[in-house]
Design a protein around this ligand. Structure first.
Ligand SMILES: NC(=O)c1ccc[n+]([C@@H]2O[C@H](COP(=O)([O-])OP(=O)(O)OC[C@H]3O[C@@H](n4cnc5c(N)ncnc54)[C@H](OP(=O)(O)O)[C@@H]3O)[C@@H](O)[C@H]2O)c1
Length: 259
């Protein structure tokens, strides 16, 4: 077997269909590119059409198979509609990546029901409902990969974690529940856990050079995360060679969590 054939046997996503929420920016965009370049047909779901089109056009121009669905995952109806539309493009997905997320940071004492609801719906309920929509089909077909993007705030409080930390902690529990339900049928469910990653999500914090340097120092690698750091881990968790990895939280954080 040549090395190319061996690598393909371990990691190729040829013939697989993936849906990536939040795949038009930051970590989700990097994961979308990685899955598509590894051979999957990828449907990107987010709201903004210009960024969706830019993301997909770049991949298609590079010879990948990708498409986008503009959908708002901030309501149950929006989540269901986006799921149906996404499955209509290349068929029912084998890989689901839940990356769309929101981080609103009012002080705990001022955290109202509106922020709570908005956070829980996008960060937790969308992954749950998309799992309910696609998980059983994956189990029936005998292959599936569900990947949630959580946060170090699933494990510790950090800069007013508020509702955000709660949603991410619950998302890791959701991965374990899904893993328990569907792993016997070839469907693994895991989370990728970022530390601090320089993306538009934390543009405010990223623009404070002193804070950025202090956060980099808290890692073991000595720098903050980049969206591209998630490419390899996502391909691994989406592909055939991770069949025996399930219910896990995989930290991609430069050692932030163990320092
Ligand atoms: N950056 C970090 O340091 C960090 C750390 C820990 C965890 N994370 C997690 O990593 C994930 C990605 O974060 P990121 O930093 O890459 O964020 P980002 O660059 O801001 O991207 C967020 C993505 O989610 C989409 N989105 C937002 N609201 C949506 C909605 N209501 N419906 C559908 N799509 C929506 C956005 O597109 P539209 O706005 O066009 O809809 C965009 O594609 C999030 O779950 C975040 O919690 C990030």
């Amino acid at each position: 077997m040549t090395s190319a054939a061996y690598l393909s046997h371990l990691f190729s996503l040829d013939g697989r269909v993936a849906v990536v929420t939040g795949g038009s920016s930051g970590i989700g965009r990097a994961i979308t590119g990685a899955l598509a370049r590894a051979g999957a047909s990828v449907v990107v779901v987010a709201r903004g059409k210009a960024q969706l089109a830019e993301t997909v056009d770049e991949l298609v121009a590079g010879g990948c198979r990708a498409a986008w669905v503009s959908g708002d995952l901030s309501t149950r109806d929006g989540i269901r509609a986006a799921a149906d539309e996404a499955a209509g493009v290349f068929g029912e997905p084998d890989i689901l990546v839940n990356c769309a997320g929101v981080n609103l940071r009012p002080p705990m004492g001022e955290l109202g029901e509106d922020v709570w609801d908005a956070t829980m719906t996008l960060n937790l309920e969308a992954p749950f409902l998309l799992g309910q929509r696609f998980g059983p089909g994956m189990a029936e077909r005998g292959y599936g990969r569900i990947i949630h993007i959580t946060s170090q705030q699933a494990h510790r409080a950090f800069v007013q974690s508020g509702a955000y930390g709660v949603s991410k902690g619950a998302l890791e529990s959701l991965a374990r529940s899904q893993a328990e339900a569907w792993s016997p049928h070839g469907v693994t469910c895991n989370t990728l856990v970022p530390g601090f990653v320089m993306t538009p999500l934390n543009a405010r914090l990223s623009s404070d050079e002193r804070k950025v340097a202090a956060l980099a120092e808290r890692t073991l690698v000595g720098r903050n995360g980049l969206a591209e750091d998630f490419a390899g881990a996502a391909v691994f968790l989406a592909g055939p060679s991770s069949a025996y990895v399930t219910g896990q939280s995989v930290f991609v954080d430069g050692g932030f969590s163990v320092h």
